[in-house]
Design a protein around this ligand. Structure first.
Ligand SMILES: *[C@@H]1O[C@H](CO)[C@@H](O)[C@H](O)[C@H]1NC(C)=O
Ligand SMILES: *[C@@H]1O[C@H](CO)[C@@H](O)[C@H](O)[C@H]1NC(C)=O
Ligand SMILES: *[C@@H]1O[C@H](CO)[C@@H](O)[C@H](O)[C@H]1NC(C)=O
Ligand SMILES: *[C@@H]1O[C@H](CO)[C@@H](O)[C@H](O)[C@H]1NC(C)=O
Length: 433
């Protein structure tokens, strides 16, 4: 059971490295900083089994959810002990969600949160209290002594409930982060095209870093997470658990996302023609990434008024959704400050917050979303310190990518001009009697 749960954590596409981390198997408890990495590679090789198992656990879960929702009147009381006042604002600050999302989540997670108490000593806590404790840790980053004061439970119960919530989310709700199928990808790319006129963009890729402090309380380290998002900042793929000093490009090349795209398993729909140039499905990423036929990066030193500059402008508008997702993840208290736990738990927090991020978007609950649409680059500067300028790509690949990027640049310019002319003709029509 344990091992099937573990395997189910992995799917070929939404690759959460945290699974091994959440495994209750004591052998992953080694304090060696390196142990996680070989284990990841081992488990990543069992992808096909994983996909099958995850479908099974998915259908079980759906059945359960239907049963729950068929109950006539779901009890809406929350057993939150004082001093947490039950106002809309307190839900947002304590849990990063509205009270109705909290209740919805509680009804989904209840059977899972209650089923794995420590052997021989049941906690005797209601599901909403368990969820409240776990979410409070994620939302505020409060340490265990603070949580135990707030909720009047012991520190070990606070710790248990926090881990349990992460485990349940990362095991059973991993499917909230799923790579879109072909049909869904079409709507992802039209989301980007609406804003920029550039067709066939399937996502923004970015990499960020979270700090954590090892249990000796001294060594501060960073863990890198790579996300791919759609135009609404929904996470489509995430991989976390790389050392923070690994460059963005190297994180990409170590990810199965890269292998799957290079191997033609993803982004493999027919190209669209842009001014006669076939343009395959592609992602956009910042200067830290290599230019590839499926990965568009900005032009360096674009001249003002040029097609290249129009492309760069469209490109940075598209990238905003990635920056917004990263900034939103960092809105979760536990990810906003150095995480004072082992690396595996840090990775589990990244996974849990990412899964919640998508869950909230699904419900159109924007409580945890970063608000502004201004210059996010001031918030996330971690990537710029992790750039590789070595050109690892063969020049023929780069030439092919350049042809595509040039065609898109012309398109960006045309789009900009069409907006301008629509805008001026509407001005004209406003003025006419
Ligand atoms: C939970 O309740 C059971 C039975 O009522 C009791 O034996 C157990 O000690 C309680 N556990 C805790 C942690 O209080
Ligand atoms: C893609 O996903 C959508 C929504 O999840 C589903 O309705 C559709 O049938 C899927 N299409 C394919 C080709 O699998
Ligand atoms: C990253 O840090 C680890 C240990 O701190 C070190 O072994 C490794 O060489 C570093 N990698 C790079 C690319 O600097
Ligand atoms: C990148 O370029 C800078 C300046 O051109 C150089 O000093 C640095 O060593 C290069 N880094 C790598 C990883 O090649």
């Amino acid at each position: 059971m344990e091992s099937s749960t573990l395997v189910a954590l992995l799917s070929s596409i939404s690759q959460l490295l945290l699974l091994l981390v959440l495994s209750p198997n004591p052998s992953t408890d080694s304090s060696s900083p390196n142990h996680a990495f070989p284990a990841v590679h081992h488990f990543l090789s069992s992808q096909e089994i994983a996909a099958t198992l995850s479908l099974l656990s998915l259908s079980r879960k759906r059945k359960r959810a239907r049963l729950d929702s068929s109950e006539p009147t779901p009890p809406a009381q929350l057993g939150l002990p004082l001093p947490l006042p039950r106002t809309p604002d307190s839900f947002k600050t304590s849990f990063r969600m509205t009270s109705s999302t909290f209740e919805w989540l509680c009804s989904l997670l209840e059977p899972l949160l209650e089923c794995r108490d420590p052997i021989g000593s049941p906690l005797n806590l209601s599901a909403d209290l368990r969820l409240g404790i776990g979410l409070f840790r994620l939302a505020t980053g409060a340490n265990y002594p603070e949580i135990s004061r707030q909720f009047r439970v012991s520190e070990s119960v606070s710790r248990f409930c926090s881990k349990q919530l992460c485990r349940v989310l990362c095991t059973n709700y991993r499917f909230w982060i799923e790579f879109p199928n072909k049909t869904e990808l079409e709507s992802v790319s039209s989301g980007f095209e609406t804003h920029t006129g550039l067709p066939n963009c399937c996502g923004v890729i970015d990499c960020t870093r979270f700090k954590f402090v090892r249990s000796n309380g001294v060594d501060q380290e960073e863990v890198a997470a790579q996300i791919m998002v759609d135009a609404n900042s929904r996470i489509l793929s995430i991989v976390a658990g790389f050392r923070g000093n690994k460059s963005d490009a190297r994180v990409l090349k170590s990810s199965t996302l890269y292998a799957d795209i290079e191997g033609g398993k993803l982004l493999n729909s027919d190209p669209v023609s842009v001014n006669g140039v076939p343009v395959n499905q592609y992602l956009v990423g910042d200067e830290g990434y290599p230019l590839l036929p499926w990965l568009m990066v900005p032009f360096v030193d674009a001249m003002p008024g040029s097609d290249e500059q129009q492309f760069n402008a469209a490109h940075s508008r598209m990238r905003l959704s990635g920056l917004r997702a990263i900034d939103s993840l960092k809105n979760w208290g536990v990810l906003s400050i150095p995480i004072r736990e082992e690396m595996k738990m840090a990775v589990a927090y990244i996974g849990a917050c990412s899964i919640l991020h998508n869950g909230l978007l699904m419900r159109e609950d924007y409580s945890a979303m970063s608000a502004g649409l201004d210059d996010y680059s001031v918030y996330d500067q971690s990537s710029q310190y992790h750039r590789d300028n070595s050109s690892l790509e063969e020049s023929s690949i780069e030439r092919k990518a350049s042809v595509i990027r040039n065609a898109l640049a012309t398109k960006a310019k045309e789009f900009q001009e069409s907006i301008f002319s629509t805008h001026s003709s509407s001005l004209v029509s406003l003025q006419s009697p």
